[in-house]
Design a protein around this ligand. Structure first.
Ligand SMILES: Nc1nc2c(ncn2[C@@H]2O[C@H](COP(=O)(O)OP(=O)(O)OP(=O)(O)O)[C@@H](O)[C@H]2O)c(=O)[nH]1
Length: 308
C-alpha cells in the first residue's frame, strides 16, 4: 500500500510544529511517521514533537529544500522499509524552505509510487499583517498549498483574520482555508480516505538557491537568570526573525523551559524532562543574513548565565 505524504510548509514561527503536534496527539491509532527539518545545527523542533508519532526523524543543519534533499529521500526510503510500515508520513519543512523544491524532489518516480505526496498544508500566522504574503518566500509557500491553515487567530486583532483570508484568496483561489486554533485541524482533512493515488504535481521551475537567513546557536551547561534573559531578548528582538530554545532557569530549578520567539512575541512554557546528554541550555536564533553577529550574541547570552 502506498504511504501518503503530508507536507507542512509555512514561514518561520507560523505554527507548523504546533499543527504537527496536534495531528500526532490525535492520531487515533494511525501509524504516523514525522520527518522534521530545522535548518539550524540544533533541531529543537524534533524535541518538541510529541512522542505519539511512529518515530520522529530529525534532519538538522541544512534545509531539505536545498542542501539536505538527498537526506530527505534516503530518510523516506528508510521509513518505507520499516516493519510495520508507517501508514502516513508527515514532513515538516523549516520556515525558510521553498516547498516547490521539495515537491520536485518528491516527484522522484520511486518515492511517488511508494509514498505519493497527498496534501501540501501551508500554515499562516493570522496575527501578522496580510502584506507579509507579498514576500517572495511566503508566496512560494502559499503557491503549492492545497490547504491553508490560519494559526494564532486568538492573537489576531479584529478583522485581521478576515483580511488575511482575503489576501490568501487573492493568491490561491482554489485552496481550502481552515482555522487552526492552537494547531487544531481535523485529521480527516489532512489525510483524506481515498483509494485514488494522488496525481503527480508540477512544482514549477527550480529557483536559484538564495541565502537569506542564517541561524546562530548558543549553548551552555548552566542555569539562566530569567530577568537577564528577558532583558537580552528585548535587546535582540528587533534583529530576530525567530528564536527557540530549551533551558533551565535559576528561578525554576530542575524544570526544563521551552522558549519561543515568533512574530515578535516571546513566550516561555514548561517543557518535558531534559533529554540526557544535552547541554542544559540550547537556543537557536534566526536572523536575516548579516544582521546578528555571533560575538555580539554570545556576549549577550553569556550575560544571562546565573551567577553561582
Ligand atoms: N496564541 C497562539 N500561539 C500559537 C498558535 N499556534 C502556534 N502558536 C505559537 O507560536 C509559536 C511558534 O509555533 P511553532 O509551531 O513552533 O512554529 P513553527 O512554524 O513550527 O516554527 P519554525 O519551525 O521555527 O518555523 C509557539 O510559541 C506556539 O506555541 C495559536 O493558534 N495561538
Amino acid at each position: 500500500m502506498p504511504v501518503p505524504i503530508l507536507l507542512v510548509t509555512g514561514f518561520l514561527g507560523a505554527g507548523k510544529t504546533t499543527v504537527v503536534n496536534h495531528l500526532l496527539a490525535h492520531a487515533e491509532g494511525r501509524r504516523i511517521a514525522a520527518v522534521v527539518n530545522d535548518f539550524g545545527a540544533i533541531n529543537i523542533d524534533a524535541e518538541l514533537i510529541a512522542d505519539a508519532s511512529d518515530g520522529v526523524v530529525s534532519l538538522a543543519n541544512g534545509c531539505i529544500c536545498c542542501s539536505l534533499e538527498g537526506d530527505l529521500l534516503r530518510t523516506l526510503s528508510t521509513l518505507l522499509r520499516r516493519d510495520p510500515r508507517p501508514e502516513y508520513i508527515v514532513i515538516e519543512t523549516s520556515g525558510v524552505a521553498d516547498p516547490a523544491d521539495i515537491v520536485r524532489n518528491l516527484m522522484d518516480p520511486v518515492i511517488l509510487r511508494e509514498a505519493p505526496l497527498e496534501t501540501v498544508l501551508c500554515v499562516i500566522d493570522a496575527a501578522t499583517p496580510a502584506a507579509a504574503l507579498d514576500d517572495a518566500l511566503q508566496r512560494s509557500q502559499l503557491r503549492v498549498a492545497d490547504i491553508v491553515a490560519l494559526s494564532k487567530l486568538d492573537l489576531a486583532g479584529e478583522g485581521a483574520g478576515a483580511r488575511m483570508r482575503e489576501a490568501i484568496r487573492a493568491q490561491r483561489v482554489l485552496a481550502v482555508v481552515v482555522d487552526a486554533r492552537h494547531g487544531e485541524i481535523p485529521s480527516a482533512l489532512l489525510f483524506p480516505a481515498s483509494d485514488r493515488a494522488p496525481a503527480p504535481r508540477e512544482p514549477g521551475p527550480k529557483r536559484p538557491a538564495e541565502e537569506r537567513f542564517e541561524t546562530l546557536s548558543w549553548t551552555s551547561d548552566h542555569q539562566l537568570s530569567l530577568p537577564r534573559l528577558q532583558q537580552v531578548i528585548g535587546k535582540l528582538a528587533p534583529k530576530l526573525a525567530r528564536a527557540k530554545g530549551l533551558f533551565e532557569t535559576v528561578e525554576q530549578p530542575g524544570r526544563q523551559m521551552v522558549f519561543q520567539f515568533a512574530g515578535g512575541r516571546a513566550t516561555l512554557a514548561p517543557g518535558d524532562a531534559p533529554a540526557p546528554g544535552m547541554p542544559r541550555a540550547r537556543i537557536v536564533f534566526i536572523a536575516e543574513l548579516g544582521v546578528l553577529a555571533k560575538a555580539e550574541l554570545d556576549a549577550l547570552m553569556d550575560g544571562c548565565i546565573a551567577s553561582p
